[in-house]
Design a protein around this ligand. Structure first.
Ligand code: CAO
Length: 422
């Protein structure tokens, strides 16, 4: 008959509370006797607490950051035959500071484990015995794994992320390139540190950005557009548009001008086929617009930009950026872009090199417009100049076309009346 049993912290060889630094199981997991449940850490050592029973985890009573002592409840387990095994001591990983009296040694840890742990400890890597075991089973070198746990500790999640990145062709080795992996460094040796996990968005976009950066030969073309008259028009219309609850920023005009330029130069609105032998030209203009959110960068897509008015675009931009920041975008809303724009113009900067949002073949970076002296008919006149940075895939687009695209875009921005002719 099954029964519910509370699993408690065993004798850890000290009276003071220690930190829970990793919870290795979740409700619903099936565990065998001796499977590690949580990892504890004192000032001097870390240790896994193994399961004294086989069963299914019902609920977890601790979380990372909690402090526990001997007899604190860790979790409840439903077991079929709750034959109590003699208390299994926590398995210790000695750290640099460990003294012989610190914590109870790992009675059941095999000698090979201890030898391996000593070797990596000497290299200042921090990982629980369970994580070390997992890395050994997968034949991974802990030194290549990025540590995100407290005090520079490599967690089980770090090992999983590393394997995931390797399977996608990224990770420590650099997408099949002969690049030396970054060493794992224990930064606490240089001063106080704290560690925060990356947000889910950052982990996802990071992997994509890395892939795009190393796999696409980027060239960035810089240019600037005189938007003095565009800005005068925008200021003129701004308050009236605001009465309709809309915000008229330079970006919506830039989107229209980009759409018109893409119509003239459709190669910028294409994707390279998967085998790299042909171009897929898109007969729609869907623009990905990078939005800065507290959780990281997201790129929602504004569809059919060429068919929408500036006011439609202002409304849609406000809606998607608001929903992006509230994590309310649906996955299809972030798919299908044919070209992207990353605007840092509301923040500042004079130029930057945006990373292409594959499978697009180009992305436009927009920086902050500023007043500059421009030489005109024998004299310097103040003009509002908008810096543009176009990154393109050099496998698809030649340098001359990169320069032509910018020239055309500048022409549209300098006299937006042309946009009505497109
Ligand atoms: N030059 C000068 N001023 C500019 C400008 C530019 N290029 N672009 C915007 N501004 C002004 C706007 O007019 C507005 O001022 P007013 O209220 O006085 O008109 C102010 O800057 C703020 O604009 P905004 O940023 O709120 O609006 P936007 O339409 O320009 O941009 C959005 C919307 C969602 C793109 C933006 O908020 C954003 O998230 N940008 C960051 C994108 C990003 O992170 N890119 C990097 C990706 S790579 O890591």
């Amino acid at each position: 008959m099954s029964q519910i049993i509370e699993v408690k912290v065993p004798d850890i060889g000290q009276d003071s509370a220690v930190d829970v630094i990793e919870v290795l199981v979740k409700a619903g997991d099936t565990v065998a006797i001796d499977d590690p449940l949580i990892t504890l850490e004192s000032d001097k050592a870390s240790m896994d607490v193994p399961s004294p029973y086989a069963g299914v985890v019902q609920s977890i009573a601790v979380k990372v950051g909690d402090q526990v002592k001997e007899s604190s409840v860790i979790l409840s387990l439903s077991t079929e035959d709750a034959v109590a095994v003699p208390e299994i001591p926590a398995k210790t990983e000695e750290t640099k500071k460990t003294t012989s009296t610190a914590l109870k040694p790992a009675a059941s840890a095999p000698t090979a484990t201890s030898a391996q742990e000593k070797e990596t400890t000497a290299d200042e890597l921090h990982a629980s015995p369970a994580v070390r075991r997992l890395a050994r089973e997968l034949d991974l070198n802990l030194r290549q794994i990025n540590a995100t746990g407290p005090k520079g500790r490599i967690t089980k999640e770090d090992v999983k992320n590393y394997v995931h990145a390797r399977m996608q062709g990224g990770g420590g080795g650099g997408a099949g390139l002969a690049i030396a992996p970054l060493p794992a460094i224990n930064f606490s040796q240089f001063g106080e540190i704290s560690t925060e996990p990356l947000s889910k968005i950052k982990k996802l976009s990071g992997a994509n950005l890395h892939r795009n950066w190393v796999s696409i030969p980027h060239v960035t073309q810089f240019d600037e557009a005189d938007i003095t008259s565009l800005e005068a028009f925008r200021q003129e219309r701004k308050s009236e548009v605001e009465k309709q609850g809309l915000k008229l920023t330079p970006l919506v005009f830039i989107m229209k001008a980009v759409a018109a330029t893409l119509k003239k130069m459709p190669i910028f609105n294409s994707s390279l086929s998967a085998d790299g032998t042909s171009l897929v030209l898109k007969h729609y203009i869907h623009l990905g617009v990078a939005v800065d959110t507290p959780n990281g960068l997201v790129v929602p897509v504004v569809r059919d930009v060429d068919k929408k008015s500036v006011l439609d675009l202002a409304a849609e931009l406000a809606d998607i950026s608001e929903r992006a920041r509230n994590k309310a975008l649906k996955t299809p809303e972030m798919q299908g872009s044919s070209f992207s724009i990353s605007s840092l113009g509301g923040i500042g900067g004079t130029a930057f090199t945006p990373i292409i949002n594959a499978p697009d073949v180009a992305i436009l970076g927009v920086s902050k417009a500023s007043q500059k002296p421009v030489y005109h008919e024998g004299t310097f006149v103040p003009r509002l100049m908008l810096p543009l940075s176009l990154s393109y895939d050099h496998r698809v687009i030649d340098g001359a076309d990169g320069a032509r695209f910018c020239k055309q875009l500048v022409e549209y921005l300098e006299d937006i009346r042309y946009l009505v002719l497109v």
